[in-house]
Structures are given as C-alpha cells and as structure tokens.
Design a protein around this ligand. Structure first.
Ligand SMILES: [Mn+2]
Length: 293
C-alpha cells in the first residue's frame, strides 16, 4: 500500500488480480540506464509508469470491458548492473525464460532501449519464427556507438543479429551509415513522413511480420507534443489515435507474445508522458486480451 491507499503495482490492483499465479500479464520493471547520451533520466521511467498506471481507469471505454481481470502481476525491479549493457541484456534473458515458459505475456518497462535485446532473445527461444516490430524515432541500427556495441543506439542492429524479420515504424533520425545499411539489406522502415502522407503504411508494416511478434516501443516514437518526457525528442512523431488503430490491427492479425515500453525519462513539471505510456500499455493489454487467437 502507499499513501493513496492503492497497492504499489501496475494499475494498483488488489492481490487477487495481481498474484503471479492468476496473472496472464507480467510487468517487468528494468530501471537500467548507462548509455543514454542526451538528457538522462530513463532509470526513473518504470517507477513513473507504475505510479501513473494507478490512475488509469480499469474499464476500457473503447473495448467495453475490464482487461485487468486477466490478471496483471508486477515483478520487483530487476537490479541494474554496473558492468555494462551486455551484462544487463544477459540478466534480462536469464530472468525472463521461466516466465515465458509459464505462458505469460511480459511487458518490460525501461530503462534505456538496449534492454530490449535480452527479452527478444528469451522470446526467440520459445517462438522460432519470432519477428520484431519497433516503434521509434531512431533507426538504432548502428554497429557500435561510443565504442559500445550494446548501446541503446545499436539495439535493432543487435536484435537483427539473431532475428531476420523486423519492421520499424515512425523513423525520422538515422546516420548515413544506417541509411546505407537499410538500402543494402532492404530493412523494412516506415518513415514518419510516410505515416504522415497516408495510412497505407499500416498494412505494409504488418506484411513484414511473422505470426508471432515482439513489440518494442521507444517513447520517442510519439510526437513530443504528446510524449515530451524522452531523452532524445524528435519532432513529427506518431499521434495517439493512428497509433492505437495500428496496434489494434496488429493485435487482430498477429500474436503479440511480449512487448516493452522504454526510454521514458520523466519530467518534474509535467506528468502527461508517464500517464500516456501507462494508458498505452493498458490499451495493449486490452487489445491482446480481446483479439488474441
Ligand atoms: Mn529512439
């Protein structure tokens, strides 16, 4: 319990609806931050999202039901390591395996984006055809950044070391080297400009994915007007309703096996970002529950 009388867990659920044994969804908070480079603070993301989630209405007015009845368990924060992101990726991989074997859908809260590689690797062990959908402003396809192959700026490159099918949506920042790699390897990228021009990108993105999909959402995918609390903001990002429409289509046409929301760096003056992120996660829980085949 806390000062507001809610349990300190995602959505502030009572024990019966947040026990591991009764929960289909598992929240994994990973307050890890070492390689971010602009404004720091992503280590505070998980706590901010969990706190904000307790203000999210449990009845979904679009889906007309209460998705939390499936059970949502919140794990203790995964302790950060000082050794470096590769060690943290290994730690996530090791701790997620048994939860995935239990058939749970993990939602990891970051923390910096480098952590996604660990959870993707754990899901790949369970789903051999796994594909990865990235929502992000940045391509994150650098081979190495500031001497570190496991930097947050390299996460999709590391994921593509062992995942052949990926699609990236909302991209509006890349280096010349990343651009050349995308051209050479024909990496599926939906740019933010393409999203702006028409909604044809939604089907195009889905066509690049296999049946079982891992979804990674960098908060800077969103337009900074609705998600200002990110370390590396870029103008011209995804808006709320088109993004929900796309995620609904994703849940209808694919099997979302796990997901993460990363790179939220809370601001002292404005709590709209953490609430938006918490609501986004609850929308995904709702879509997966409603449409999973
Ligand atoms: Mn990014």
């Amino acid at each position: 319990m806390d000062y507001e009388g809610h349990e300190y867990n995602f959505l502030g659920l009572e024990k019966e609806k947040s026990d591991y044994a009764n929960s289909r969804f598992v929240i994994l908070p990973v307050p890890y931050e070492q390689t971010t480079t602009y404004r720091k603070g992503a280590c505070n993301g998980p706590h901010a999202m969990i706190s904000a989630s307790r203000e999210v209405e449990l009845f979904d007015d679009e889906l007309k039901f209460e998705a939390y009845l499936e059970g949502v368990h919140t794990l203790d924060e995964l302790e950060p390591t000082a050794v470096g992101p590769q060690k943290m990726v290994d730690r996530i991989y090791e701790s997620a395996g048994s939860i995935i074997e239990d058939g749970r859908i993990i939602c990891m809260l970051g923390g910096e984006h480098s952590i996604s590689a660990g959870l993707v690797k754990a899901y790949k062990d369970e789903y051999n055809d796994l594909s990865v959908l990235q929502l992000d402003a940045h391509a994150d396809l650098r081979e190495s950044y500031q001497g570190n192959k496991f930097s947050h700026a390299c996460v999709m490159r590391r994921i593509r070391d062992f995942i052949s099918q990926t699609a990236s949506v909302g991209i509006r920042n890349m280096s010349r080297e990343e651009h050349e790699l995308i051209e050479r390897d024909k990496i599926p990228i939906i740019s933010a400009i393409e999203m702006h021009e028409s909604s044809a990108w939604m089907t195009k993105a889905l066509d690049h994915l296999s049946e079982n999909v891992y979804l990674t959402i960098d908060c800077d995918y969103f337009d900074p007007s609705i998600m200002p609390a990110v370390g590396t903001p870029e103008p011209g990002g995804g808006l709320w309703y088109p993004t929900l429409e796309f995620l609904r289509k994703l849940a209808i046409s694919k099997n979302i096996v796990g997901f993460d929301v990363v790179e939220l760096s809370p601001l002292p003056v404005n709590n709209v970002s953490e609430f938006t992120a918490a609501k986004l996660i609850y929308k995904l829980i709702g879509y997966i529950t409603k449409f999973r085949r």
